[in-house]
Design a binder for this molecule. Sequence first.
Ligand SMILES: *[C@@H]1O[C@H](CO)[C@@H](O)[C@H](O)[C@H]1NC(C)=O
Ligand SMILES: *[C@@H]1O[C@H](CO)[C@@H](O)[C@H](O)[C@H]1NC(C)=O
Ligand SMILES: *[C@@H]1O[C@H](CO)[C@@H](O)[C@H](O)[C@H]1NC(C)=O
Ligand SMILES: *[C@@H]1O[C@H](CO)[C@@H](O)[C@H](O)[C@H]1NC(C)=O
Ligand SMILES: *[C@@H]1O[C@H](CO)[C@@H](O)[C@H](O)[C@H]1NC(C)=O
Ligand SMILES: *[C@@H]1O[C@H](CO)[C@@H](O)[C@H](O)[C@H]1NC(C)=O
Ligand SMILES: *[C@@H]1O[C@H](CO)[C@@H](O)[C@H](O)[C@H]1NC(C)=O
Ligand SMILES: *[C@@H]1O[C@H](CO)[C@@H](O)[C@H](O)[C@H]1NC(C)=O
Ligand SMILES: *[C@@H]1O[C@H](CO)[C@@H](O)[C@H](O)[C@H]1NC(C)=O
Ligand SMILES: *[C@@H]1O[C@H](CO)[C@@H](O)[C@H](O)[C@H]1NC(C)=O
Ligand SMILES: *[C@@H]1O[C@H](CO)[C@@H](O)[C@H](O)[C@H]1NC(C)=O
Length: 869
Amino acid sequence: MPTNTHILLSVLYISIFFNSLKALSSEPNTLALSCGNKDGGTDDDSRKWESDSKYLVSSDKSVEVVAQTQDPSLTSSIPYMNARIFTSETTYKFTVNESSRYFLRLHFYPSSYPNFNTTNSYFSVVADKVTLLNNFSASIAAQALTQAYIMKEFSLAPLNTDSLSVRFKPSDKYNGTFAFVNGIELIPSPNLFDSASMVGFDDQPLDVTSANVQTMWRLNVGGQYIPSTNDSSGLARSWYDDSPYIFGAASGVTSEAANNVTIQYRNFSASIAPVDVYRTSRQMGLDGNVTRNFNLTWIFQVDANFTYLVRLHFCEYELNKINERVFDIFINNQTAMKNADVIAWSSKKDVPFYKDYAIYVPDGPGDEMLWLALWPDNSMRPHYLDAILNGLEIFKLSDANSNLAGPNPTISDMMQKQLVENTNKTFSTDEAKKIYTTALIGGAAGGAVAFAFVAAMFIGYKRKQMLSGGDTHTSSWLPIYSSSQASVSKSTISGKSPGSTHISSDAASNCRFFSLAEIKQATKNFDESYVIGVGGFGKVYKGVIDGNTKVAIKRSNPSSEQGVNEFETEIEMLSKLRHRHLVSLIGFCEENNEMVLVYDYMGHGTLREHLYKNNKITLSWKQRLEICIGAARGLHYLHTGAKYTIIHRDVKTTNILLDESWVAKVSDFGLSKTGPNMNQGHVSTVVKGSFGYLDPEYFRRQQLTEKSDVYSFGVVLFEVVCARPALNPSLPKEQVSLADWALRCQRKGTLEDLIDPHLKGKINPECLKKFAECAEKCLADHGTDRPSMGDVLWNLESALQLEENPDGSAKPTSSGSGSVDYDQPREIDQKNILAMHRNTLSLGSEHDIKDLDDETDDIFSQIVNPKGR
Ligand SMILES: *[C@@H]1O[C@H](CO)[C@@H](O)[C@H](O)[C@H]1NC(C)=O
Ligand SMILES: *[C@@H]1O[C@H](CO)[C@@H](O)[C@H](O)[C@H]1NC(C)=O
Ligand SMILES: *[C@@H]1O[C@H](CO)[C@@H](O)[C@H](O)[C@H]1NC(C)=O
Ligand SMILES: *[C@@H]1O[C@H](CO)[C@@H](O)[C@H](O)[C@H]1NC(C)=O
Ligand SMILES: *[C@@H]1O[C@H](CO)[C@@H](O)[C@H](O)[C@H]1NC(C)=O
Ligand SMILES: *[C@@H]1O[C@H](CO)[C@@H](O)[C@H](O)[C@H]1NC(C)=O
Ligand SMILES: *[C@@H]1O[C@H](CO)[C@@H](O)[C@H](O)[C@H]1NC(C)=O
Ligand SMILES: *[C@@H]1O[C@H](CO)[C@@H](O)[C@H](O)[C@H]1NC(C)=O
Ligand SMILES: *[C@@H]1O[C@H](CO)[C@@H](O)[C@H](O)[C@H]1NC(C)=O
Ligand SMILES: *[C@@H]1O[C@H](CO)[C@@H](O)[C@H](O)[C@H]1NC(C)=O
Ligand SMILES: *[C@@H]1O[C@H](CO)[C@@H](O)[C@H](O)[C@H]1NC(C)=O
């Protein structure tokens, strides 16, 4: 039954794609040759294959044959059923564009042909000067992969000549051996390679522009098989499911972009990978207590003595801010990247990005494996402890002798045993799965023993690394604006210290250095009509940089002596802090006595102006709650998230800004202090801050703790619900200070009278009660009696829940069509996750099985017994 459905589906499938296929075959210069087939033909995907004979330099040393049996798993009889057999060395010649890269695909069907038994076939293939295969046995490779046919894909660098020769040569180590091939594809491709960073050599770039490579794996991570007909730019690549390569039981969760998400290529063209790759991803899961305890790991069996290019494809289609999902990337247990943040790279939601890493795999005892692991990095206190990957490609780079060939795969004992048993009884599905998995992991079938020695290039990097010495372990901060692949122009990125300032090189390297000319251009020479605010520090202008990025530009008042310190404090602080609820500093300019800070543009301005200033749109109660929660998150991060506790010292409604989507961001760190040490508990300092928000205890004792921020935030909470300024001198004396007046009303139970008329009757009483109690506690006289910012956050979140679900029944949030709603409390269905993990349980190799079971149980027990929530 299932088989019938399959066939039906395939037929449907094929007819659906008929059109795109036609487009494919009409690509100029694209060659598809059905070898040993005089007439050529059309395959089941409607792709045209022509005869190979006119490309042969001499055809007298080859024989055209037809296979005696067609394996049921063959997708199409073209090009597999016909073969050209070479009994001695024979060459194909193709006319090519001398400056274009080419995909060369070789198809082999190691069946039996009249008078030729392919188990006896060992041969080499050389393209121009590059050895692609050596002592290659298609028969052994197919057996190891449990596949009927083998396809090998290579990407050849531009040749600088207009003719490409591909030479087939039977091995001279065996008697009566021969070479054969069933299909050849030659497809011009854009230049897909640029440079990769060498893992373990701190960002030493390896130039791969002119590398000849073999594709080892191409996976649509977290998604399904993408047939060659659905690839982008007519490159006819197939993308496979990644689940067989996942190590252990911890396979995370898969996710798919919502239907209304449009993937936008900005950093490169769609030829890198089709949209379907970026629309699906694998992530670690929802529970931080589980995700932090395992690595999401893929393993691949590779040939030793080669450098591999590991290309990771990313696209963040759920989150849109930096520092929400931050993770480390390990390759072969070495750190390839710390604090990877997809949004920071791509600069935008729905925009694909890829990263290339190169790693050399030396020879060692046993099979060589390539491990890729992702692990959530908590050092930046990201919003979620999670990681994401959308696609993965692994390429083998040719070595110093222009060789790409590796040894034939060995068929493991376990597999041999299973294969023998197979001849006697049918597989149980479990066994089949084991074999399938082992075969896939060992998928690097190919050529002969490589005699090549360690690539000279690799030693070169080692030496370079030693010479550069020193600062290799400086903190690797979020590479937002220093990433060489960010979309900003390279020339303006500051790696150097900008001269006269006292800004640490660390801070300077984390943000961008603008020239005064750039700033003037962005603000039309500080045009007054661009002013969006004026503060003690100076004026704030709106501006546009890099063509269309809106920014806020804060220009210091040159006469203010105070300005210099605050300017520097702000750069030092903000350059180290990245959080969804903190305003991001993009960069700064210090030139000709001008001190200018450049920030993210906050489309909706300050919180204050939406409460009572002007007559702007009135915020709903829920919006106000959400804004308070956001601001509380930002402050909580300042207090606990960074290396040191940071006290803001000037929390007020004009320092809480709102972006285009009404996300609250805490701003203005000019007065911030890094404080208190464990033993001291407070920072002695000159009293600063804004009246109306000032912590009385701080005022009395001149000692600053993070509870001073909590006090100010309490004032903000009352301001939000009452919609009146913290200080209003025009009111009767007892009402001038909002903090005093609101506290008095709250204690008398008359707060109702104070609340914003726009909100009257629109707040759930339970929610208001919770909210007011929280604000009241923040205003406690003694800091020690005030809640921590974390408690405030918790209380506000429960207030929001009371508003949303008045009856107290927290409804589980459904994750819809696979996309996770991150702004709701995450509910997980333990049973489902468990089932999912068991389902995709895959095995590495025979001796991994035991260890794996232990690890599996560990992870399961964490999932089953998460310690509270
Ligand atoms: C050859 O390839 C280069 C780079 O891909 C391209 O710019 C050029 O137009 C091609 N020339 C021909 C004759 O197709
Ligand atoms: C091909 O050769 C192998 C080993 O030489 C042998 O076991 C096998 O039976 C042969 N197959 C055919 C179809 O002759
Ligand atoms: C090939 O055959 C010749 C004679 O038939 C024999 O002398 C030689 O040893 C064989 N070589 C190999 C590698 O089997
Ligand atoms: C291939 O592309 C077609 C048309 O774009 C789409 O309908 C189909 O679902 C795709 N198939 C796969 C397996 O992605
Ligand atoms: C896409 O759809 C989701 C719900 O399916 C919705 O929440 C979201 O706002 C939509 N996004 C856009 C850009 O329309
Ligand atoms: C990486 O670590 C794992 C587990 O510790 C180990 O089994 C594996 O052999 C290591 N891989 C490499 C390439 O060192
Ligand atoms: C993840 O892998 C890295 C590199 O192999 C290792 O250092 C780290 O301890 C692993 N983390 C966990 C939670 O296993
Ligand atoms: C060729 O491959 C076979 C099968 O893997 C292997 O046994 C043999 O040693 C190889 N020969 C050479 C010369 O590398
Ligand atoms: C398979 O069957 C054959 C004969 O039926 C028997 O001799 C052989 O031992 C069996 N092999 C296994 C692995 O059971
Ligand atoms: C890798 O290189 C070493 C040193 O040249 C050599 O001894 C070893 O056989 C090579 N391994 C493979 C799999 O080619
Ligand atoms: C994670 O573990 C910590 C400490 O065991 C616990 O306080 C917290 O509630 C847990 N969080 C979740 C979401 O389970």
